[in-house]
Design a protein around this ligand. Structure first.
Ligand SMILES: [Zn+2]
Length: 107
């Protein structure tokens, strides 16, 4: 299989599976842990925007959310040599590997 660059550490590796994005388990774990931590920060903001619009408007939640995203990206530029820290949208929308079922209850 064709060599590629690890989405986490930036090292070159030869994937065993066509869909492999990481050189090793540790890199995949670091990548996904960062996504989970950042996602938790964004979750309350998004839920407030969707279900408590008055508070979201009063507190300028959209601006806060965009500021967080910009801070995440700036951190990526600095610490990750510009490599993206998020999955491609196709993967996120297809449910692979979304951790939550349709019930949205963590199963
Ligand atoms: Zn790696």
């Amino acid at each position: 299989m064709r060599a590629r660059v690890c989405a986490e550490c930036g090292s070159g590796f030869t994937p065993k599976k066509p869909s492999a994005e990481f050189c090793c388990h540790a890199c995949r774990q670091v990548f996904n842990n960062r996504r989970a931590m950042r996602g938790a920060q964004l979750y309350d903001l998004v839920m407030t925007m969707r279900f408590d619009r008055k508070t979201a408007t009063d507190k300028q939640v959209w601006s806060v959310l965009c500021g967080l995203a910009s801070a995440f990206r700036a951190g990526d530029q600095h610490a990750r040599d510009g490599r993206r820290s998020w999955r491609k949208l196709g993967a996120a929308l297809s449910g692979i590997p979304m951790a939550y079922g349709k019930a949205g209850d963590g199963r």
